[in-house]
Design a protein around this ligand. Structure first.
Ligand SMILES: NC(=O)c1ccc[n+]([C@@H]2O[C@H](COP(=O)([O-])OP(=O)(O)OC[C@H]3O[C@@H](n4cnc5c(N)ncnc54)[C@H](OP(=O)(O)O)[C@@H]3O)[C@@H](O)[C@H]2O)c1
Length: 272
């Protein structure tokens, strides 16, 4: 059995729900929680690609054994009915959620107004903004039932795009700015409780994000990070797990994480 660390003791016994766990940062976060607290943890992994979630659950079991229990659920965060049915669909063993990682998100295309397809505007908003708000509202009642006004952690995946908008990303940037505003207000609403609201805003991370953004055009997706040295999804996962693993009275409220060669949304050093 691996030795207990202060962080593994803090995480022990927790139930962690991750949206968008089938890829990238969400997937890495599931592994990072499992590796950090391998003897007593419950993970609820959600996304639309359920096959991938089953595969990830199997890989976690193989790596850390039976100490981490994994429950997978197919869920589109953009569908309010699926979000509101999620908690009731969980077995009692998984229902007492301690940590919500609001990670699901995407962007499709780089069109500029007035040429942004209405379907993109609607689906990005439904996933990145209203989906995140519905998820938070679905889980907060569980947190609020606990003593001292409530206890639990909500992690919001924002982006540098929510702090600094760029051309060709207006809808995505607006969606992440909305996440930031919702997060800031929520932290104020919950200030008298033990509920921690944790915001993580990454810069460039190499995931499937750009494959989806460039609608499967691998050449264009690869060109975005050519010559730069983007973060790995594990880099963000480590920060999320670190924040959740802090002593209860410590909130890592707001984190902006760049690869070393990035200084803003658009200021990225490229080695030719
Ligand atoms: N990569 C970056 O450079 C970067 C930078 C800053 C912030 N972020 C943010 O980080 C988060 C994770 O992105 P990533 O980079 O890890 O991208 P990714 O590899 O494409 O992963 C995105 C995840 O979100 C899920 N998802 C997308 N739409 C969904 C929906 N409607 N319902 C449920 N799940 C949905 C996907 O699962 P399914 O397709 O299986 O549903 C997938 O698991 C996003 O919020 C993104 O905006 C990324």
């Amino acid at each position: 059995m691996p030795p207990s660390t202060p962080m593994s003791l803090t995480l022990a016994g927790k139930t962690i729900l991750i949206t968008g766990a089938s890829s990238g940062i969400g997937r890495s976060t599931a592994f990072e929680f499992a590796r950090t607290s391998p003897t007593n943890l419950k993970l609820i992994l959600t996304a639309r690609r359920i096959d991938r979630l089953h595969e990830i659950a199997g890989q976690i079991r193989e790596e850390v054994g039976e100490g981490v229990k994994v429950c997978v659920r197919k869920m589109d965060v953009g569908r309010e009915e699926e979000v509101s049915n999620l908690v009731a669909s969980l077995s009692c063993e998984f229902r007492d959620i301690d940590v919500l990682v609001n990670n699901a998100g995407f962007m499709s295309g780089v069109e500029r107004a007035p040429d942004i397809p209405p379907s993109v505007i609607d689906s990005v908003w439904a996933t990145n903004v209203t989906g995140l708000i519905h998820m938070t509202q679905a889980v907060l009642p569980i947190f609020k039932k606990r003593e001292h006004g409530g206890r639990g952690d909500v992690i919001m995946l924002g982006s540098i795009a929510g702090r600094e908008a760029y051309a060709g990303g207006s809808v995505y940037c607006a969606s992440k700015a909305a996440v930031r505003a919702f997060t800031d207000a929520l932290r104020k609403e919950l200030v008298g409780t033990r509920i921690r609201v944790i915001s993580v805003d990454p810069g460039q991370v190499l995931t499937e994000f750009n494959d989806i953004r460039y609608r499967g055009d691998g050449e264009k997706a690869d060109a975005v990070y050519a010559g730069s040295d983007p973060l790995k999804p594990d880099d963000i996962a480590e920060i999320i797990v670190f924040a959740v693993g802090r002593r209860e009275n410590v909130v890592v409220a707001d984190t902006l994480v760049f690869p070393t060669r990035q200084a803003s949304s658009t200021h990225v050093y490229r080695k030719l």
